[in-house]
Design a protein. Structure first.
Length: 494
């Protein structure tokens, strides 16, 4: 039956489709094909999520090679949350891309864009689906290499510089991860993550295992832009094409966090990671610094995309803070915010793409009074901004509420105060945009603008609507996140 092959189809469909886009001569045909593939991939993800929810963890042995000798695809409830994030964002940004990319990218590169988009989608899904550590590294490199190209396609030479900076930092991170995986294989003789978790406790006191843990932790931290290893992120988000900024901001760093979760909780185990190596304290310290410092930096940015980029680093801190608690409540809060922040930041970057299409700039100094000419676009930005701050009835409020409860449950009330302070800083930098767009007199250039086309507004508002829906009815996301956290902590069905 086809349902038995869903884990493989989740990766194979976009992988096989990617080179087809390069062969299609007509850019519109390439876009239509990539659009169809993205929605098929979402359909596969939904069916896989239903199957895992009903029957438990799905295991798929590639080539009929017995586990753990062969490569295994393994999907549990933690994986399901990530699969739904990646495929949902991908399916929503693809309809948006035709008008936006046509404006920002040279026509001769359009097929290359759609090819790299599908490869990026393949890499992210492969990371989440695979149960093999080296296979995870391979998919990580597929997603990374394609993202370098996608960022470099941005208008202006700064996009090339940003892509090069990301490439250098990403290569360092990938090298660290590969060394860590190599050391694990040397000590255990296996690459299957479930098998690694069974064999590692015997060698837990080994210096080699501790070094492997350090290499993997630092390498993945670079990939997910954990403060202070975040230097590649602001330029990458700022100078990439609008669609790329939205897609990467919503998925790439979240997938990096997922890798960290897998290694800390599944491979090394909670006792080794958080008791023997004391990584929880380190994570909470770095997360707290990220939340406070990058929120302050965001306040002083004039480029709105760069402002949102620094905001993303701070919100990565929120997620890492929850994970660092190493409790079911903390990991649940982190995973809920992982989902919600993907929706929020995706919608905000899409709103900026609408403005860039009409104005050719996302600098605050160029946006005086723009809400009068683009009311729907700015309404979307304001709604997403309110969720970023954590106003009730938005998804952002739900995840911050869960996070505050998690830190109070373990008696860390100063962290709850920190979350409140950072929310106030978020209010300041979002208000700067609101004040400029709504309360400044528009200049001659602004008065000539018209509202963004429906092809851009509909996907943007679809994400905004999703954000509002999960702010009112959060049961689905919190339920999946709670089950995923229970599996990772070791209280759920493996």
């Amino acid at each position: 039956m086809l349902s038995a092959h869903l884990p493989a189809l989740q990766v194979v469909v976009p992988l096989v489709s990617a080179p087809v886009c390069l062969l299609l001569r007509n850019p519109r045909h390439a876009w239509a094909f990539a659009l169809a593939v993205s929605w098929v991939t979402l359909a596969v993800a939904i069916n896989l999520a239903v199957q895992v929810h009903a029957s438990g963890t799905a295991s798929y042995a590639l080539g009929a090679w017995a586990v753990p000798w062969g490569i295994e695809y393994r999907v549990d409830m933690a994986s399901v949350l990530m699969i739904l994030i990646i495929t949902t964002i991908g399916a929503i940004v693809m309809p948006y891309s035709w008008r936006s990319i046509g404006h920002e990218i040279d026509k001769k590169h359009l097929q290359l864009f759609y090819t790299c988009y599908l490869l990026f989608l393949t890499g992210l899904l492969g990371i989440v689906v695979t149960g093999d550590a080296f296979n995870l590294f391979v998919f990580l490199e597929i997603s990374s290499l394609s993202s370098y190209v996608l960022i470099s396609l941005g208008s202006g030479r700064r996009a090339l510089t940003a892509a090069l900076q990301y490439l250098v930092m990403g290569t360092i991170g990938a090298t660290f991860i590969l060394i860590g995986i190599g050391l694990l294989y040397m000590m255990t003789g296996t690459l299957n993550m479930a098998d690694l978790s069974q064999r590692l406790p015997v060698n837990a006191d080994s210096r080699t295992i501790r070094v492997a843990f350090a290499f993997v932790t630092v390498g993945v931290s670079i990939k997910l832009a954990l403060f202070p290893l975040h230097l590649w992120l602001p330029n990458a988000y700022t100078y990439a094409p609008s669609v790329v900024s939205a897609f990467i901001a919503a998925t790439a760093t979240k997938t990096g966090i997922y890798i960290l979760l897998r290694f800390f909780f599944t491979v090394f185990g909670i006792s080794f990671s958080f008791e023997a190596m004391h990584v929880g304290e380190i994570l909470m310290l770095l997360a707290s610094a990220a939340i406070l410092i990058t929120s302050l930096v965001a306040v002083f940015q004039d480029n709105v995309k760069r402002m949102l980029a620094y905001s993303s680093i701070g919100h990565i801190g929120y997620i890492i803070l929850g994970i660092g608690l190493a409790t079911t409540a903390g990991v649940t809060a982190g995973m809920v915010h992982l989902f919600n922040h993907a929706i929020i930041k995706g919608s905000l970057f899409l709103a900026m793409g609408c403005i860039f299409l009409r104005l050719g700039s996302v600098e605050l100094s160029d946006m005086h009074g723009i809400a009068r000419q683009m009311p729907w676009t700015m309404a979307a930005f304001v709604t997403g901004g309110l969720s970023l701050i954590g106003i009730p009835l938005t998804a952002g409020f739900i995840s911050k509420w869960y996070l505050v409860n998690a830190v109070l449950n373990v008696g860390y009330w100063p962290l709850a105060v920190l979350i409140l302070v950072s929310s106030l800083l978020g209010l300041i930098y979002i208000w700067r945009v609101v004040e400029t767009a709504y309360f400044q007199m528009p200049g001659y250039k602004i008065r000539k603008l018209s509202e963004a086309p429906a092809a851009l507004l509909v996907p943007t508002w679809l994400l905004i609507g999703t954000n509002l829906y999960f702010g009112v009815n959060a049961g689905l996301v919190t339920g999946i996140a709670g089950q995923g956290a229970a599996v990772l902590i070791g209280q759920g069905v493996p």
